[in-house]
Ligand binder design. Structure first.
Ligand SMILES: NC(=O)c1ccc[n+]([C@@H]2O[C@H](COP(=O)([O-])OP(=O)(O)OC[C@H]3O[C@@H](n4cnc5c(N)ncnc54)[C@H](OP(=O)(O)O)[C@@H]3O)[C@@H](O)[C@H]2O)c1
Length: 272
């Protein structure tokens, strides 16, 4: 019996340094998962998503990366609560719909004589990934957190920390980007603030290519062994931010386990 092919993939632009294709191809091999493939779909414009879905009937799921985590939302039929909470989608489940009264008119394709439409549901698996990665590292002193950067990933981080009961403040290069009352500029961070916030999470791109020799502008000399520094960056494994934390005796965690956890959660969603 010929088994149908299940395709998965990643949309974004550019996609030259993708972790996902390697991860899933290796996973299919290691776990003997047959009739599955994972491909990269670099897209210069998100409007090409509709054609991709129509032209690839075997597509069951997509990961979404920069710059489309928010721009993809108008193309979806439903958002689950994680995606709604942070207004960003990094995982799409694609369901075939044969009931013609419940179809997405943009996504109709014909297979033989059958007319099939697709239902697209958006999720945010960064939330699950960050939750799973950080939980084993949290200790009693981690009551308050500084989140460096105010982009999409910072919102997933804040969602998880609030859920756990940790008070979050954002640190930004400019005041207008941040939720009122919970904000610092980098130049406002002093010894008192560092000693009051034992959990510091870097969600800025400082530390990854092309900023590999840079670190967020903090007074690192005030860090102590009771601090936990988390970097969402996984390449390089040890960023300048992590190095400076280690130098002061702080505990550190890079973004690799979050990356693996969010990928596994996407796999679970596509196959549930
Ligand atoms: N490990 C994982 O699984 C995982 C998952 C998701 C994301 N990530 C990583 O997390 C990082 C952030 O992702 P994102 O999607 O949130 O990115 P993003 O939307 O580009 O946001 C990053 C934020 O960092 C700040 N920033 C940007 N350029 C900066 C600079 N030159 N100096 C200082 N601050 C700067 C900005 O905040 P302000 O303007 O407020 O300063 C910006 O909003 C990336 O490195 C990404 O690879 C990792």
């Amino acid at each position: 019996m010929i088994k149908t092919l299940n395709s998965y993939g990643l949309i974004g632009f550019p996609l030259s340094h993708s972790f996902s294709k390697k991860y899933f191809t290796q996973k299919f091999e290691n776990e003997n998962i047959i009739n599955c493939e994972y491909n990269l779909f670099p897209m210069e414009d998100i409007k090409h998503l509709t054609n991709l879905i129509i032209d690839t009937p075997s597509l069951r799921g997509l990961n979404v990366t920069i710059p489309y985590k928010e721009k993809v939302i108008p193309f979806l039929d439903e958002l689950d609560e994680t995606a709604k909470a942070v207004n960003a989608v990094n995982c799409i489940k694609i369901l075939p719909i044969k009931n013609t009264r419940d179809f997405n008119p943009l996504l109709i394709s014909k297979i033989g004589k059958e007319i099939i439409s697709k239902k697209l549901i958006g999720y945010n698996t960064d939330i699950y990934g960050f939750r799973q990665a950080i939980k084993p590292f949290l200790e009693i002193q981690h009551q308050r957190a500084l989140i460096l950067g105010t982009g999409g990933a910072s919102k997933a981080v804040a969602y998880v920390l609030k859920e756990i009961g940790i008070d979050c403040f954002f640190v930004s290069r400019s005041k207008n980007e941040m939720p009122a009352g919970k904000q610092f500029l980098y130049e406002e961070i002093n010894e008192y603030i560092i000693s009051s916030f034992k959990l510091i999470i870097n969600t800025s791109p400082l530390g990854m290519y092309p900023f590999i020799n840079e670190a967020p502008a903090l007074p690192y000399q005030y860090l102590q062994a009771s601090h936990l520094l988390v970097d969402l960056i996984y390449n390089p494994a040890e960023t300048e931010f992590i190095k400076r934390g280690k130098l002061m005796g702080a505990s550190t965690l890079n973004g690799l386990s979050m990356l693996h956890q969010q990928a596994e959660e996407a796999w679970r969603i596509w196959n549930q």
